[in-house]
Design a protein around this ligand. Structure first.
Ligand code: 6PG
Length: 231
């Protein structure tokens, strides 16, 4: 795993955005299928992207998906899609036909199935599973990533592309990409900011497979960590 340690959340987000732009510029004829996570951390990145990197991003070569979604309508403040649309997507020249939201207001099981079919149709298949060019992941303080929480390790055995899960802290239903799809990505990128994430960053970098995030970090083939957490 390549680790990029910066001093602040802003520097971390800027460095990650520039890294994504550089990766896309290295393959100027390629369409990039990128799945984003939600939560609070990416919001700073989305804001900086809209305000500082809009012009240099190849938006027409980007196809945008979600790693997970809360089972709420898109106008709910909890919506990962709604948040990214409000902060970034409404401010950049990307066609709606290149944006594939998980519809959080739909019946969860039906939406997990529908979205799995959408991803299967749109994302190139490698080793029998969709292989995203980049998957951006956050990490919760309990070591969850995507919406795969400790104690939900059964999701690691699923060969469905997306499953319904539950945030055990809030009982909120989620739709999540399953670990086998995450592990099949060309590049897995963790974005982790905040002193409260010191322990999970240590787990990702040093420990065994103690949590979903650590397992993914240790078993994905090409992993990068961008963080402002410094030991
Ligand atoms: C979500 C995310 C989730 C998130 C972590 C970290 O929908 O909540 O996909 O995995 O990345 O919980 O969230 P914060 O950035 O808010 O700490």
């Amino acid at each position: 795993m390549r680790t990029y340690r910066l001093h602040t959340a802003v520097e971390t987000a800027r460095t990650l955005i520039q890294h994504i732009i550089n990766c896309m510029n290295e393959e100027p004829n390629k369409i990039f299928h990128i799945a984003f996570s939600g939560g609070n951390t990416p919001s700073l990145m989305f804001d900086l992207w809209a305000n500082e990197f809009r012009a240099e991003t190849a938006w027409k070569r980007m196809r945008i998906y979600w790693v997970d979604e809360r089972c709420v309508p898109s106008d709910d403040s909890e919506s990962n899609y709604g948040t990214m649309r409000r902060i970034l997507l409404e401010h950049v020249p990307i066609s709606d036909s290149y944006i594939f939201p998980i519809l959080g207001a739909n019946d969860p099981k039906a939406e997990a199935f529908r979205y799995s079919k959408q991803v299967e149709k749109s994302v190139p298949i490698v080793f029998g599973l969709p292989s995203f060019d980049m998957i951006l992941l956050g990490v919760g303080e309990d070591g969850h990533t995507a919406s795969v929480f400790p104690g939900q390790e059964h999701l690691f055995c699923s060969f469905r592309l997306y499953e319904v899960s539950i945030n055990p802290h809030t009982n909120q239903k989620r739709i999540t990409m399953t670990p086998n799809v995450i592990l099949n990505a060309q590049r897995v990128i963790f974005l982790v900011s905040g002193k409260n994430k010191k322990n999970v960053v240590r787990d990702i970098v040093n420990s065994g497979d103690l949590t979903p995030a650590a397992y993914i970090a240790h078993h994905a083939s090409n992993v990068e960590l961008f963080t402002d957490v410094n030991d």
